[in-house]
Design a protein around this ligand. Structure first.
Ligand SMILES: NC(=O)c1ccc[n+]([C@@H]2O[C@H](COP(=O)([O-])OP(=O)(O)OC[C@H]3O[C@@H](n4cnc5c(N)ncnc54)[C@H](O)[C@@H]3O)[C@@H](O)[C@H]2O)c1
Length: 339
């Protein structure tokens, strides 16, 4: 809030930012260089009122005089995002920076993190190279992030691996990798972050699950089970951490156009047929998901915990038979009969 003279004010205190010219002029006029000590706040403001604002430019090589010197600057909130180098995690990390957060961006991709850091928003991030499959390293990593950046307000467990194979071919190694990255990593990070998050007002965890937690595909046993586990963890942590004011929610994306799908969408037949399954007739975007992640992290969702928001363009609700089979007389008759 600013008053008519361009001075920043709030009901609690008034802030005046001055430059060296202004300070010198004040010193000459009042025979002192220490304004805050020499004059009452009212007298200081009187001085600035009598001097043109051009001499009190904001953000020049500046000194702050704060009416209440004990008043603390609000701390910049911290968001931790895993899998931040690509797709949904990247969009979420960028969104948190644009909302004024400092972001801890975790990923196993060194070039991906370097690219992220080079963006303008990258200045608002610290990057941490890590492999979430190495779960033993994650609780110490979380503690390191707390000591370097402070307690997070938000942790987004987004990174995931999508390892498909038939049940007869899925190896234990693939099972364990899927479970570690998609599920155990979230728990190991919570072990490190939660003690610090208990002290942060409005703290929230957001887990990026998948509609596959509710609706399966062939060859996806390890993926589906790991995501169903993450949804269950969301509910458990909601109940366990609620008394500390920490909310825990999930987003369950449908088909989102991200690099995880490789060249799949270049296959016209696949893409066109898949679209028939989505009532909204489009694939989701990373930004669609970042909107929901940010909503679930923000105070806009302050009474929501333990929930999973399915964001799949309506796919899980059902399909239009006409959309799949085209306009057919048989379907028309059925509709007539059923009213
Ligand atoms: N894209 C979709 O259609 C879709 C659908 C449902 C759920 N999801 C989920 O969304 C999340 C993000 O997927 P995306 O589509 O943005 O994929 P993506 O491939 O674009 O991004 C995933 C990121 O996670 C990182 N990552 C993967 N394994 C890691 C590990 N072991 N350690 C550290 N980082 C690791 C990758 O390096 C990458 O930067 C995943 O959990 C995925 O299961 C995606």
């Amino acid at each position: 809030m600013r008053n008519a003279r361009g001075l920043a004010t709030s009901p609690a205190y008034t802030v005046v930012v001055i430059n060296n010219d202004c300070r010198e002029r004040f010193r000459r006029r009042n025979n002192t260089g220490t304004m805050a000590d020499a004059l009452s706040q009212r007298d200081q403001l009187q001085f600035f009122r009598e001097n043109p604002p051009c001499e009190c430019r904001q953000l020049a090589p500046a000194k702050l005089i704060v009416g209440n010197p004990m008043a603390k600057k609000p701390r910049q909130p911290i968001a931790v995002v895993t899998g931040a180098a690509s797709g949904i995690g990247k969009a979420a990390a960028l969104r948190f920076v644009s909302e004024g957060y400092r972001v801890a961006a975790l990923d196993r991709s060194k070039p991906g993190l370097a690219r992220l850091k080079r963006t303008k928003a990258g200045q608002g991030m610290e990057t941490y190279l890590c492999d979430l499959a190495e779960t033993a390293a994650l609780t110490p990593l979380a503690k390191q992030i707390v000591s370097e950046m402070g307690a997070p307000r938000t942790v987004v467990n987004n990174a995931g691996v999508c390892l498909y194979d038939s049940i007869t071919e899925l190896t234990d190694e693939t099972w364990l990798c899927s479970l570690n990255v998609n599920l155990v990593a979230a728990a190991a990070l919570a072990r490190g972050f939660v003690p610090a998050m208990k002290r942060v007002k409005g703290a929230a965890i957001v887990n990026v699950v998948s509609r596959n937690a509710l609706s399966s595909s062939p060859r996806a046993a390890a993926y589906d089970a790991s995501k169903a586990g993450l949804l269950a963890l969301t509910r458990t942590l909601c109940v366990e951490l609620g008394e500390h004011g920490i909310r825990v929610n999930a987003v369950l994306p449908g088909f989102i156009d991200t690099p995880v799908h490789g060249d799949l969408l270049k296959d016209q037949v696949y893409a066109e047929n898949y679209l028939k399954l989505i009532p909204l007739k489009r694939f989701g975007t990373s930004e669609d998901m970042a909107n929901i992640i940010y909503f679930l992290a923000s105070d806009e969702s302050s009474f929501i915990s333990g929930q999973g928001i399915i964001a799949d363009g309506g796919q899980i609700s059902g399909q239009s038979y006409e959309g799949i089979f085209g306009k057919r007389k048989s379907l028309q008759r059925r509709q007539d009969t059923n009213g």
